[in-house]
Design a protein around this ligand. Structure first.
Ligand SMILES: [Zn+2]
Length: 328
C-alpha cells in the first residue's frame, strides 16, 4: 500500500510538469499576494489604481504613472464581475488580452512599453476598455515617459561592417518588410509569464539602449541584450510560444522569432543554427537554436530582443522581475 502511494506520488511529480498550460497562478503571471481582498488592493495601490465608474464598483486598473523611455511595463485590470472583453490601447496599437480567473476575480494582464529608437520623454495616453454585463467602461491614464541614462559605446569595426555595400541595400529593405510584418503579430492567447527564462547562462556584454558610435558615426541605439556565449551554446526560449519566423538576415544572421501572445515576441539573433522551424510550438526553456556569429557580428554571442506591440523594449527587467515587482 505504502509502495503504491509512493508510486502514485512519483508518477504525479513526473507527469504534472509536462501537462500543457494549466490554469495556475504561475501560468498566468499571478503570484503570492495577488489573492488579497479587493478593498485592500485599492488602498495599497491608491497612487496607481483607481476604481472605475460608480462608487462600490470593483473594477481596478493598475498602471504606472511613469515609465522610462525604452522600458517595458505592465497594466493589470481586475474585476469581481466577469469581464466580457477587454481592449488596451497604447501608442496607436490595440491588444485584446487573455482574461484569467484567480480567487474569483477576473484579471487581464498586458505588457506594454516604448522603443528607445523612437520614444520621446513626455505624456502618452493609455486607454483601457472593459465590457461587463454588456456595459462598456472606459478608463484613461496618462503615462509620463521619462528619460533613461543609457550607455554610450564607441567601436571601431571594419568599414564594410558599418556601411553595407550598395548591392545589399535592396536585400536589407526586403528583410525589413518581413521582420516588421512578424512584429505586428498580436495573437490572442497569452503564453508568457514573468520573470522570463534566461536564454543562455553568459553575462550581458552589451546592454539595451547603448548609444553606438561606429567608426565615429552615430548609429541606432542597441535594441536588445547581448549575452557572452561560446559557439554552439544551446539557446532557450524565454517563454512558451509559437515560432513565427526563421530566416537568415543581413544584419541579424540566422534568426528565430517566437510569438508569446498578446503582442509579446522574442527574437534570437546571430545563431550558428536554428533548431526550430516556422509553425513549431515551443515550451519555455526549449532549445530554439545554437549560438554563433552569423550576420553583422564580431564574435560569438546571443542577441536577444523583446518586441511588445512592435516596439523593442529593454528585456533586462523582464528576465528578473515578477508581475508584482513590476506593478509595485
Ligand atoms: Zn546585440
Amino acid at each position: 500500500m505504502k509502495r503504491l502511494a509512493s508510486l502514485v506520488f512519483l508518477l504525479a511529480t513526473l507527469v504534472l510538469p509536462m501537462l500543457p498550460l494549466t490554469v495556475t497562478a504561475q501560468g498566468f503571471g499571478l503570484e503570492e499576494g495577488d489573492g488579497v481582498p479587493l478593498t485592500k488592493t485599492v488602498e495599497a495601490q491608491a497612487a496607481q489604481t483607481e476604481a472605475a465608474s460608480a462608487p462600490g464598483s470593483a473594477l481596478v486598473l493598475a498602471a504606472p504613472g511613469q515609465a522610462g523611455v525604452g522600458q517595458p511595463f505592465l497594466v493589470r485590470l481586475t474585476s469581481d464581475q466577469p469581464l466580457d472583453t477587454v481592449s488596451v490601447h497604447w501608442l496607436g496599437k490595440e491588444v485584446v488580452p487573455t482574461i484569467s480567473v484567480w480567487n474569483d476575480r477576473h484579471v487581464a494582464l498586458v505588457m506594454l512599453g516604448t522603443d528607445v529608437l523612437n520614444a520621446k520623454p513626455g505624456k502618452e495616453e493609455l486607454v483601457v476598455m472593459a465590457s461587463i454585463d454588456g456595459k462598456e467602461n472606459t478608463l484613461r491614464r496618462t503615462v509620463q515617459l521619462v528619460p533613461v541614462e543609457y550607455q554610450r559605446q564607441e567601436l571601431t569595426l571594419p568599414e564594410k561592417m558599418v556601411t553595407p555595400p550598395a548591392e545589399v541595400l535592396e536585400r536589407i529593405r526586403a528583410e525589413r518588410e518581413v521582420t516588421r510584418a512578424a512584429l505586428e503579430t498580436v495573437s490572442s492567447a497569452r503564453m508568457w509569464r514573468l520573470p522570463l527564462e534566461r536564454p543562455v547562462g553568459g553575462e550581458v556584454s552589451s546592454p539595451y539602449g547603448a548609444q553606438r558610435i561606429l567608426n565615429g558615426k552615430p548609429k541606432n541605439p542597441h535594441r536588445g541584450l547581448d549575452f557572452r556565449s561560446p559557439m554552439n551554446n544551446p539557446i532557450k526560449s524565454v517563454a512558451d510560444g509559437v515560432v513565427i519566423l526563421v530566416g537568415d538576415f543581413y544584419y541579424a544572421g540566422n534568426s528565430v522569432y517566437v510569438d508569446h501572445g498578446n503582442g509579446v515576441i522574442s527574437l534570437y539573433f546571430h545563431l550558428e543554427k536554428p533548431m526550430v522551424k516556422e509553425g513549431d510550438t515551443v515550451q519555455r526553456g526549449q532549445v530554439v537554436g545554437l549560438t554563433g556569429m552569423t550576420g553583422r557580428s564580431t564574435g560569438p554571442h546571443l542577441h536577444l530582443s523583446i518586441s511588445v506591440l512592435g516596439r523593442l523594449v529593454d528585456p533586462e527587467p523582464l528576465l528578473k522581475m515578477t508581475v508584482d515587482d513590476m506593478l509595485n
